[in-house]
Design a protein around this ligand. Structure first.
Ligand code: ZN
Length: 244
């Protein structure tokens, strides 16, 4: 089943990442599936990855722009505290809430707030959760020029296995279509500076294959809803992933 209902196909999918490659590695295949189905997607990258061992800020920005284009998404970069310095501060949540209001997004994706992964990932997850809440508050003086906006759903993605919440069952998105996996792999490979020493693409494909096997399909990607999802009927709820 899709994470997006028929009612909000026109609203862009809004995806936040802490570093230039988070979105592609953490949920790139879901983005490819959605844009190939005709939905708009917009990426907000909250640092240039300048603290990484490999790749300059300029190189990593270029890689992220190329990867976003391969996934059919637009992209912008937002300066918060810089790579590896992100802190949970109200001023950041308000800034991100302004982006949610500007885009009028219905579905928002962000890194999981799970501890014991890159601290920027966990903190960005907290900030986006706060931003989604305060985007609704009409009296917020910093954002008075933008009409208040309620999103329909906030879904988290885990960039690495460390970021997977231990206490939440994910929803699984079928990403088995060959054109989806092709676009996803190409977008990950666009981050050439990060492929120098580790097999990140292999790791993500293995994660997706394992989830797919669990669900009886070829490849799947996990998303973690911030709150219970409401379905209009049981039939709209998809099937259970049990395959053994
Ligand atoms: Zn990252």
């Amino acid at each position: 089943m899709s994470a997006i209902s028929a009612n909000d196909q026109c609203a862009p999918l809004l995806v936040f990442g802490a570093h230039p490659d988070d979105i592609e590695f953490g949920c790139g295949a879901v983005i490819a599936a959605e844009t190939q189905a005709g939905r708009a997607a917009h990426f907000v990258v909250c640092s240039l990855g300048e603290a990484g061992t490999h790749g300059s800020a300029e190189q990593r920005r270029d890689e992220a722009c190329r990867a976003a284009a391969l996934l059919g998404a637009t992209i912008e970069f937002v300066e918060l505290d810089g790579d590896s310095h992100l802190e949970v501060r109200a001023v950041h949540a308000i800034k991100l809430a302004g982006i949610i209001r500007r885009l009028r997004a219905s579905t928002v994706l962000a890194t999981t707030p799970t501890e014991n992964q890159h601290s920027d990932h966990a903190r960005l997850g907290q900030l986006v959760r706060d931003a989604a809440r305060i985007a609704r508050y009409g009296g917020l003086k910093e954002l008075i020029d933008l009409p208040a906006h309620s999103i329909e759903r906030l879904l988290f993605y885990a960039v690495t296995p460390d970021g997977e919440p231990r206490d939440l069952a994910p929803i699984l998105i079928d990403i088995s279509a060959s054109e989806v996996s092709r676009a996803w792999v190409a977008a990950m490979q666009a981050h050439g500076s990060q492929a120098a020493t580790r097999s990140y693409v292999d790791l993500q494909l293995t994660r997706a294959r394992l989830l797919g096997a669990r669900a009886g399909i070829e490849y799947a990607m996990a998303l973690y809803p911030n709150e219970p999802l409401v379905f209009e009927s049981l039939a709209a709820a998809g099937r259970g992933a049990r395959n053994f």
